[in-house]
Design a protein around this ligand. Sequence first.
Ligand code: FMN
Ligand code: SF4
Length: 411
Amino acid sequence: MLPQAPISNLDAYRASGGGAGLERARQLGGPGVIEEVRRSGLRGRGGAGFPTGIKWRGAVTGPEPRAVVCNAAEGEPGTLKDRTILSRDPYRVLEGIAIAALAVGASSAYVGIKARFQEQIDRVEKAAAEMGQAGLLENLDLRLVDGPDDYLFGVETAMLEVIQGNDPLPRLVPPYIQGLIGRDGTEFATVVNNVETLANVPGIISNGADWYRSVGTERSPGTMVFTVTGDVRTPTITELALGTPLSFLIYGEGGGMADGRNPKLAVSGVSNRPLTAAELDTPLSFEALEAIGSGLGSGGFLVYDDRTCAVEVGAVLSDFLQRGSCGQCPPCKLGTTAFARGFHRIMDGQSSLEEVEELTAWISRVTDANRCGLGAGQRELATGILVNFAGDVAACLAGTCPGHRGLPFPT
Ligand SMILES: Cc1cc2nc3c(=O)[nH]c(=O)nc-3n(C[C@H](O)[C@H](O)[C@H](O)COP(=O)(O)O)c2cc1C
Ligand code: SF4
């Protein structure tokens, strides 16, 4: 799915088989496309792994008009795959959008992308112009919407708000209950999908669901574009079959740990329980990571070596969540603030057992009445640090922690 070198123009895309998915989609019609995607088992690559066919089937039960939104906000720390896909092959993503629109009967489509991603914006604009002229965009009203740098821009309901000209503040209800609302008040039944999810669609439709299922696992079919960064020798963005062990990503693709060190912990974004060194052989599939109480997220792994104090990782990632939290749900803002401050106090030797107990109480409260998943991410991160790396917490409290590295604020 991810070409080794950038596809430079539409002719090159067509020469690599581009356009065949849309052609077959026209033959299959909307219900046929949705059934093929459902049978393929494609799961969303934006973090939650929701089955795409089921999402699309739900969208067509609602009234028209309908809209498709491509989520290109990519804000998860340590994840660079959507930008890589858009840089190398914007055509495939646009074809995926056109097929999605055909499937759900949408007349308009949006690409929500950070204004900072100028290279990708240029690539998408050029590709869209070429494909529109060649009749490969199904007369779609396709618009690029430049968004802010906020982490919350990637939350699907916040992206809908930005498309409507508002700030990136998540809504109370998901897009399948309330979609985009036009200036005249018309409501669009709206499907939001991640860049990589949509990039998988042309291949599924042109080659069929069985072809797609020939790699990956039963519950996580296909491939995924992974990012591995942190203390690995060669930070890498690479496409692997789902089910490949995480250790292959770290050692086979990332070149192992720099300076001959050993890994200590790996985090797949800020929303999942960090993995310990003993868990690094876990298969990269939604079900295997869920089974050990973590998650695949958007496939971006930050791997830290054995010099690292897990409390420091908890502190910098909680800083990120605390700044990202918009405060619409007080338990999220107060809880992320408590964790950021609490982890820093533990690190700095200013905390106590009683304080850590108080901090632990936030685990069950930080998610109360939340509009989006940020608070749940904080819960998973904090639980993992406090429980799985209790030795590091104890060492910081006892003043025997070997030290902190000055880890940067995550981007
Ligand atoms: C705090 C937060 C940040 C998110 N950031 C992104 C993002 O940058 N890109 C993305 O595609 N999805 C992101 N998501 C997930 C989206 O809300 C949504 O689930 C996704 O775009 C759906 O597409 P998919 O089904 O194809 O995965 C984020 C969710 C949360 C809670
Ligand atoms: S859960 Fe947190 S980030 Fe999400 S809407 Fe509520 S306050 Fe904002």
